[in-house]
Design a binder for this molecule. Sequence first.
Ligand SMILES: [Zn+2]
Length: 286
Amino acid sequence: MKKIGQVTIGRSVSITGKGLHSGEDVKLTLKPAEEYTGIVFHRTDETAGANAILVNAKAVSQTDLCTEVKNDHGVKVKTVEHLMAALHGLGVDNIIIELNGEEVPILDGSAEPFVELIDDAGRVRQDDSRQSIQVLKTVEVKEGKCLARVSPSDNFIVEIKTDYKHPLLPEQTTAYELTEDSFRDDISEARTFCFEKDLKMMRDRGLIKGGSLENALVFNETGILNESPMRMENEPVNHKILDCIGDFYMAGYPIMGDFYLEYPGHEMNNRLLKALLEDKDAWKFC
Ligand SMILES: [Zn+2]
């Protein structure tokens, strides 16, 4: 495989918005970073010295309805997956992400505002080669009806099987190969979604305080509550692929692997990622 240089952004850029679960306003600032920095969150509202969280599979501390990372001091950041998808889709290796709160803003529920922010900052190619993870053998995890498997490939490929038992969301299997163009065209604008029947449970648990029809598609028994049409055919399925693109970048490096996921979710994605990385025969840096 051809070696290309690592990438960071050209200048600092900021955006402010509400956290999906906390409902609180958070300012997010993306800053350029040196080669080999990786992706590092900085909580500016926490004590200096304990406020940095380096993204890697072991830092993933919670996967219940969003993906959360935590450092050894217990400092955490929630709902990182859509920002991580944008960084993966646009091939950003090194970046500092400052936040003055606990949750990445949900914005419009897709990765598009993060793509625009990264475009606004510009990208800069660095001298040393990008490090990627090459999958060497198949690794699989199962739980109930869920299955998550990764096999060797020269590219990042996701195939997902979904069935939401909903007239607008029939059972289907969808395959996607990550390239910057396909990410921009087909995936980045796909918004998060949920079902009206689950809203009460989530509210009772103190979640989705910042959720609204402005940042999520909400399905009822037969249709959709949002007045605006879906942005694309298959928007929910494409959002699931977006989540996978974010979740598997939690390795801290791009993975060359062919992922097959039945009924995917953040938890199974993270379990597969940890199972892969813990098996030293199953991958190598390339
Ligand atoms: Zn999502």
